[in-house]
Ligand binder design. Sequence first.
Ligand code: ADP
Length: 198
Amino acid sequence: MTESVLARLLIVGPQGSGKGTQGARIAEALGIPAISTGDVFRANIAGGTELGLQVKAIIDAGDLVSDELTGAVVRDRLAQPDAANGFLLDGYPRNIAQVRDLDEFLAPRGEGLSAVIELDVPRDESIARLHQRAVDQGRADDTEEVIANRLAIYERETAPILDVYRARGIVDAVDGIGALDEVTERILGALAARSISV
Ligand code: ADP
């Protein structure tokens, strides 16, 4: 039997690809915490914390929060005991500088990402889903103009991180079109092929 590999995962995909939903499902299936920087920021905004006040205007405009602040939030979360046996990152790293910051944090702990899931969804489909989410959830950053800004930042800053991880041979591209369960199964299948399983 092959030894199983610890699940230190990252899910990457454009806004509207379903990465938040799939990330939560995969984390649940593997029994590891899903760490979504967007969720952490939104919870802080809702709770009116100092951090929330600092990031609200930036997030409402669809811009990126500073690497320093985001990095501090993630390091703090990853240092908690429940992340010791694996974790799934959603929304971090989101640019090349954050990839380096994460490497610097994980390397001394003898850790590294074991797989990066690239959720593929065509642009038209992700835009359609974001419009639907705007109707359903009324997220402040789901307006037409802000969506366009977030997608542009994704293409310019986030998509290039996949090249870095591809060079490490850890990227699994998964088709994000289909029923929720189907997509989850595809991702779990790709992870199982790397001996990452429950
Ligand atoms: P989406 O992927 O739909 O943009 P997220 O929930 O991942 O939604 O993120 C919401 C917002 O939170 C982003 O638009 C950005 O302002 C901020 N944010 C989340 N993650 C990061 C990050 N790694 N670096 C900087 N800002 C971030």
